[in-house]
Design a protein around this ligand. Structure first.
Ligand code: DHB
Length: 475
């Protein structure tokens, strides 16, 4: 009997230990920090750094599913910064996702690029802290097999938001005021966070990870050049760049051959039907459309944003006189010759820009599974695939990576406030993609501050002062 009892108690100890080993605590530990300082804009920014906090109970990658949280030291002495206190400071939530790859959280010391494909170190974290924000940055899994395929990255960031909300009472900062920020694929993540708050589609994935028992809607979105709407972005790209047959980009440079030109023509031709089906309205209530040749008031709207961008540059003293594609009279930019503007921009990608016919793009890799490395995600590329045994991604997987599917879905709590920037010289995706996002948000009653900053290539975090001013004004 004695031995039976001891076996039982050994077994229960063993089982409890297994459960404990597998489960990470989701309660924030306010004592686990180091103090760090950094000189910034002539002042010393002193913070408590809580780094590498595992934010789910059952992580699959403890090098990525981690949060860095930084809190201005003043907040532990009852201080205020910029009108904020420990209890009401908004939480700035930048991610460093680029190329849909796995990402580390952003750091206060030794900051790296803001996301996207490279770029200079971002000052977003230190600047946010200097302005009194609490900063929380989560790492996330990315498209690497077997654990990182879509929707792993967005599920991780949502889980990190849940951690912040779950611990709101014991942490500095107001988790009802989370503002996400990201660039390119990281911008896509930011828009997804904003669009899909609390949507049940993600629930099984969050549950499997042991995400904290809290909501995941966020207050506001900042996104630079979000690479979104992937299943429609090939058409948008060719609608814009169809006439440009030379390309220059990450994959090298060259001239489109006859087959590629034909693909471009077909994708361009399919775009109007997509746009017309969206039922978008301009600010006077007129339906935004394109005719069969791709002309119409939707194109006019895109050009309006380019003209506004050039006007802002001109007003700030930029010399635009060399740009023959701009018509400028009395310091007013009157119009843009779009065809010649595109010659100046240059094409970067070959058609299809995202769902590559050889099934080898970043995005094909994103839409793989545990056992299939790459998959198509558009009917067009599936039909025209040149890859052997190529398969199509699951519908639901594609849906969950596109914020456009959730804006206006009543089961999602979409952020009220949005700020989207897409460089006027960014060729990683077509202008139509962010213009459709901005217009959809406007039409559905959300607040969106949208612009195409002049001459900016594919990049982010280049106007942080303006970004933080915008956040400061949000109510
Ligand atoms: C990124 C850029 C791309 O052109 C793309 O297709 C996907 C992601 C990026 O910079 O993150």
């Amino acid at each position: 009997m004695k031995s039976k009892n001891s076996i039982l108690s050994f077994c229960s100890f063993f089982l409890i230990s297994i459960a404990c080993i597998g489960q990470h605590s989701l309660t924030f530990d306010p004592l686990k920090y180091v103090v760090q300082t950094q000189e910034f804009q002539g002042k010393t920014v002193k913070v408590r750094s809580f780094e590498k906090i595992i934010y789910v109970a059952n992580p699959t990658d403890t090098t990525k599913q981690i949060l860095n949280i930084y809190v201005p030291e003043e907040y532990f002495n009852g201080g205020t910064i910029n009108g904020y206190t420990a209890s009401n400071a908004p939480i700035f939530f930048p991610n460093k996702v680029g190329g849909y790859m796995p990402a580390q959280p952003a750091t206060f010391i030794n900051a790296q690029g803001g996301g996207g494909m490279g770029g200079p170190p971002s000052q977003a974290v230190v600047m946010a802290l200097s302005k009194g924000f609490v900063v929380a940055s989560a790492g996330a899994r990315g498209k690497i097999s077997p654990i990182g395929k879509a929707p792993a990255g967005i599920v991780d960031l949502k889980a990190a938001v849940r951690y912040l909300k779950f611990n709101d009472k014991i942490m500095a900062g107001d988790a009802d005021k989370i503002i996400s920020n990201g660039t390119s694929a990281g911008g896509a993540m930011s828009t997804l966070l904003g669009a899909t708050g609390n949507h049940p589609d993600y629930e099984p994935y969050l549950k499997a990870l042991g995400a904290a028992n809290a909501t995941d809607d966020i207050f506001a979105v900042s996104a630079y050049c979000p690479i979104i709407n992937l299943e429609n972005a090939d058409m948008a790209y060719e609608w814009q760049f169809n006439q440009i047959h030379t390309f220059k980009g990450r994959g090298g440079e060259g001239t489109l051959n006859e087959a590629a030109t034909k693909v471009s023509d077909e994708l361009k031709k399919a775009f109007p039907q997509y746009v017309n089906g969206l039922n978008l309205k301009d600010n006077k209530g007129a339906k935004l459309v394109l005719d069969e040749s791709g002309e119409g008031n939707f194109k006019k709207l895109v050009k309006t944003y380019i003209v506004a961008s050039a006007q802002k540059a001109l007003d700030s003293g930029v010399d635009l006189s060399k740009h023959n594609f701009l018509k400028i009279e009395n310091r007013k930019v009157k119009s843009v010759d779009f065809d010649n503007y595109l010659v100046y921009m240059e094409r970067m990608k070959t058609p299809p820009a995202f769902d590559a016919l050889d099934n080898k793009s970043f995005e094909n890799n994103l839409f793989g599974t545990k056992t299939i490395e790459n998959q198509h995600f558009t009917a067009f590329s599936m039909q025209h695939s040149t890859a052997t045994n190529a398969s199509m991604a699951d519908k639901q997987q594609i849906k969950m990576m596109n914020p456009m599917n959730y804006i206006g879905d009543n089961t999602a709590k979409t952020s009220t406030h949005w700020r989207v920037r897409h460089g006027a010289k960014d060729r990683d995706t077509g202008f139509a993609v962010p213009v459709i996002l901005a217009t959809t948000l406007q039409n559905k009653g959300f607040k969106i501050d949208f612009a195409l900053p002049w001459d900016k290539p594919h990049s982010g975090d280049y106007d942080l002062e303006e970004l933080f001013d915008w956040i400061k004004e949000l109510k």
